[in-house]
Design a protein around this ligand. Structure first.
Ligand SMILES: [Zn+2]
Length: 144
């Protein structure tokens, strides 16, 4: 996770697409995703990983604090910390799921629309696409 960003990087920022082209690329990537049950399944299970943790935490906290109303502020504080922790973990899980499944499909959709893009890192390969990505070294065959 050396190059962790808070939102997946679909492609090189030097590629500027109109809103219409962005919508077309993401539409294409969504169709590609829906045709790939393995990508859909992987996306769902990674995205849902934090949910059992939340369920266990809720059960643990509610069984501990089913007590006098005087403890209500403490329970609310713990609830807020739990919510923030869950939100953080859920965002990380969603980002990992996007990166593993959807992001490569966006890059394939870009290549199919005349913007040869490295599926591994999002680097723009330019015309006469090389056999290996100059940015990350991944093989680029079948891309473009
Ligand atoms: Zn690359």
């Amino acid at each position: 996770m050396a190059d962790w960003d808070w939102w997946p990087r679909f492609h090189d920022p030097s590629l500027r697409l109109s809103l219409r082209d962005q919508v077309a690329v993401h539409w294409d990537a969504n169709v590609r995703m829906l045709r790939d049950w393995r990508a859909c399944w992987t996306f769902v299970w990674i995205s849902l990983l934090p949910v059992p943790l939340l369920a266990v935490a809720v059960v643990a906290v509610t069984s501990t604090f089913a007590a006098p109303a005087a403890r209500l502020p403490v329970a609310l504080g713990i609830g807020l910390v739990m919510l923030a922790t869950y939100g953080f973990l859920q965002h990380v899980a969603f980002s990992v799921a996007m990166r593993r499944t959807y992001v490569p499909l966006v890059r394939m959709a870009l290549a199919a629309r005349g913007h040869p893009t490295c599926v591994a890192c999002g680097h723009l390969l330019g015309p006469g696409a090389p056999a290996a990505c100059p940015e990350c070294g991944s093989a680029t065959s079948g891309n473009g």
